[in-house]
Design a protein around this ligand. Structure first.
Ligand code: ZN
Length: 274
């Protein structure tokens, strides 16, 4: 994506990086430097940005807010949100505090600013470098769910982080429409949203499951294993697409925790239709 905003320029300058993506990683490194991860201890970051307090506010009409006080900032958040949601909100407000400390005329509005703050929040909660040890590991929904617990983040956030980091396909569908999808550029997936929508329509009413499918690339086709699970409400589903051989029944590892099987109920269903 081409970044055009003052917020994008400012974060690149702050990190001394040429791209927003690299700048976000660098800012995340600085903020979490010295921490034993995961999970990230957000309170450890507060003194670095003069954040004096962080508290729930039941009157809040948004998920969170950064408030200026005499000697720094305070973060207010919606106390009824889940732990993962609260942590993301606080991390997002930490990102706004990063901007506030970059000098006069700090950007305070704009789609790119909010997007960059979301990216920094993701980086704080699941630092890029901390994922290095997962390289080459099988990242199915069970594994992503365990990682989400370990990092105290949502399954969706973890799926997005790992999909981007390791070049997997992932998507979220609500009421039959693709809300977002992550596709590795190198793969050259043809019309990914259309393909994902078509494949998702084959899931029927099942809340979770997996099957093999064919994904059309620009010059070839590749067999993937599609896994899905329902998140939040019945009509919201998370999909991931992994290399099919990683999920061959003979390679399946026995689940070490019964809770995992419950979380991703139905993953034993294997329907070959490609
Ligand atoms: Zn914001």
């Amino acid at each position: 994506m081409t970044w055009k905003s003052a917020a994008a320029r400012r974060i690149k300058d702050l990190a001394a990086e040429d791209s927003v993506e690299a700048a976000v990683i660098e800012i995340g490194r600085r903020l979490t430097d010295g921490q034993a991860l995961p999970p990230t201890n957000l309170h450890t970051i507060f003194p670095r940005l003069a954040i004096q307090d962080c508290y729930p506010d039941q009157q809040l009409r948004t998920a969170g807010e950064l408030r200026k006080v005499v000697d720094g900032f305070e973060i207010a958040y919606c106390g009824t949100d889940s732990l993962a949601r609260r942590r993301f909100t606080i991390a997002h407000e930490i990102a706004h505090a990063v901007f506030e400390r970059t000098g006069p005329h700090c950007p305070r509005k704009g789609r790119e600013l909010e997007r960059i703050c979301d990216m920094i929040a993701g980086e704080i909660l699941v630092p890029y470098d901390s994922l290095n040890s997962l390289d080459g590991r099988r990242l199915d929904l069970d594994a992503l769910s365990d990682l989400a617990d370990t990092y105290q983040t949502s399954l969706t956030s973890m799926a997005i982080r790992c999909a981007k980091r390791f070049g997997m396909m992932a998507a979220q569908i609500e009421f039959g429409e693709v809300i977002w999808c992550v596709c590795p550029r190198a793969g050259g997936v043809v019309r990914p949203r259309t393909q994902i929508k078509r494949l998702a329509s084959l899931c029927g009413e099942r809340r979770a499951g997996e099957f093999r499918c064919t994904v059309e690339l620009r010059r070839s086709q590749v067999v993937k294993t599609m896994q899905w699970t329902t998140i939040g409400c019945a009509d919201r589903q998370l999909f991931i697409f992994c290399n099919a051989e990683e999920f061959a029944p003979s390679a399946a590892q026995p689940s070490s925790a019964s809770s995992r099987s419950r979380r991703i109920a139905g993953r034993q269903e294997l329907l070959a239709f490609s």
